[in-house]
Design a binder for this molecule. Structure first.
Ligand SMILES: Cc1cc2nc3c(=O)[nH]c(=O)nc-3n(C[C@H](O)[C@H](O)[C@H](O)COP(=O)(O)O)c2cc1C
Length: 158
């Protein structure tokens, strides 16, 4: 059976969704079953035991998550489900022009998922829009590494 990975997208103007398409393409090339899900209207129960997720989100305001990600973040903080049976990765989009709150959207998700016991695979990637590099290019390389670590961790779990 192929590995299933859900890519949860928090976005204001669609860049994170574009990045999610690139992530999905890389995962599918490697034989995984990738599904892109916009965070709109999702709550903490989107996280199912023994599943894998990539949180792909931008940052707005004073280091806030995008509007479409707010309910999901709040739901995780208030419901506090036990997520020890899930594994995840984070691809955060931000801009170093906002140095004080760089990629805080992705960091907020990483923090709460860790708090709830979820197991992060690899390091979060933080794309800087002011760097001149394209987030989808960075995402392709990051996803290749992430998936390798993910499959290795799946073998370790059995
Ligand atoms: C009004 C505004 C506020 C932003 N605030 C932040 C911020 O606090 N921290 C950060 O790292 N990036 C910030 N950004 C940069 C976006 O997160 C970045 O451009 C991202 O690629 C947008 O992705 P999206 O189209 O998926 O929403 C801000 C961008 C705008 C337009």
């Amino acid at each position: 059976m192929s590995e299933q990975v859900k890519i949860l997208v928090g976005t204001m103007t669609g860049t994170a969704e574009l990045v999610a398409s690139e992530i999905a393409e890389v995962l599918e090339d490697r034989g995984a079953d990738a599904e892109i899900v916009l965070m709109d209207d999702l709550s903490a129960d989107v996280f199912e035991p023994a599943s894998a997720y990539i949180v792909c989100t931008s940052t707005y305001g004073q280091g806030d998550v995008p509007d479409n990600a707010r309910i999901l973040l709040e739901s995780l903080k208030s419901d506090r489900p036990d997520l020890s049976a899930i594994r995840y990765g984070v691809f955060a989009l931000g801009d170093m022009t906002y140095a004080q709150t760089f990629c805080f959207g992705g960091r907020q998700f990483d923090e709460i998922l860790q708090e709830l016991g979820a197991r992060r695979i690899g390091e979060p990637e933080e794309h800087d829009a002011s760097s001149g590099s394209l987030p989808e290019d960075e995402a392709a390389t990051w996803t290749e590494d992430w998936y390798e670590l993910y499959t290795a961790s799946a073998e370790a779990v059995g």
